[in-house]
Design a protein around this ligand. Structure first.
Ligand code: NAD
Length: 260
């Protein structure tokens, strides 16, 4: 379905980004990975997922908090693959503290990585998408783009912001073959959430299993994690012909979290 297209997935060395990258590769898209840490296993997993379509996968290590590095990554993508047809803005970090205790440098980092990076990639990817009259921009927001939780000021502000950016981008491209939508997951058991489980277990002197049950029980009525594979399937739907007129939605996959 996506043979001949190229996807750039930011923050795809682990977790949700890697799941989405694998799902797009399995549909035939070439993939440019990005993120920190050892990227070789992710590259191998994506190549394997795309093997039936002989997809090409590569990596760029741009720090998504740095506009100049984002520009270099977009230039690399154009030179390596021709252009970016599918842009998945997924890189993100978290920090948990009350507003008055929130370190200003953490606020700046979360806003830069979780929100501003998507503005930069989008502004740089749009001209070629418009010229081709086809493109898909998928912003990985969060249920925290729709509702708030205490102690997550920067994250909630950034995620509400990216839902807003999604709507504006969708309106500005509404008469073209470019669509822009957001995905709003509830809890997904990735390294980002494992850290929150570990902190809960340590703070209360409870087991990892108890902390996990508590975490889900507080917010997610299904008491189940959403998986990167499920989120990958939603991204594939947005990229399909059936998604041609899905524009500006913030689609939660959250086990009923935002329905409460
Ligand atoms: P993760 O920690 O597994 O992955 C985050 C990715 O972003 C990694 O590849 C990491 O290297 C990369 N990254 C971090 N800082 C970066 C930077 N400065 N430059 C480039 N890459 C950087 O986390 P995840 O849970 O897979 O999160 C992915 C996205 O999903 C985030 O935007 C997160 O907010 C969102 N999300 C996660 C959950 C969840 O429950 N896990 C829920 C809702 C939304």
């Amino acid at each position: 379905m996506l043979s001949g297209k190229t996807a750039l997935v930011t923050g795809s060395t682990s977790g949700i980004g890697l799941g989405i990258a694998q799902a797009l590769a399995a549909q035939g898209a070439n993939v440019l990975l990005n993120g920190f840490g050892d990227y070789q296993p992710a590259l191998e997993a994506v190549r394997q997922a795309g093997q039936p379509h002989a997809v090409q996968a590569d990596y760029h290590g741009a720090d998504m908090s740095k506009p100049a590095e984002i520009e270099a990554m977009m230039a690399f993508a154009a030179q390596r693959f021709g252009q970016v047809d599918i842009l998945v803005n997924n890189a993100g970090i978290q920090h948990v503290a009350n507003v008055e205790d929130f370190p200003p440098e953490k606020w700046d980092a979360i806003l830069a990585i979780n929100l501003s990076s998507a503005f930069h990639t989008t502004r740089l990817a749009l001209p070629a998408m418009r010229a081709a009259n086809w493109g898909r921009i998928i912003n990985v927001a969060s249920v925290h783009g729709l509702v708030a939780s205490a102690q997550k000021a920067a994250y909630v502000a950034a995620k509400h912001g990216i839902v807003g950016l999604t709507k504006v981008t969708a309106l500005e491209t509404a008469t073209t073959g470019v669509t822009c939508n957001a995905i709003c997951p509830g809890w997904v058991l990735t390294p980002l959430v494992q850290k929150q489980v570990d902190a809960k277990a340590a703070a209360q002197g409870i087991s990892n299993q108890e902390a996990t049950a508590q975490l889900l029980g507080e917010k997610e009525p299904s008491l189940q994690f959403t998986t990167p594979e499920e989120l990958g399937a939603l991204a594939v739907f947005f990229c399909s012909a059936a998604g041609n007129n899905v524009r500006g939605v913030a689609w939660n996959m959250d086990g009923g979290w935002a329905a409460q």
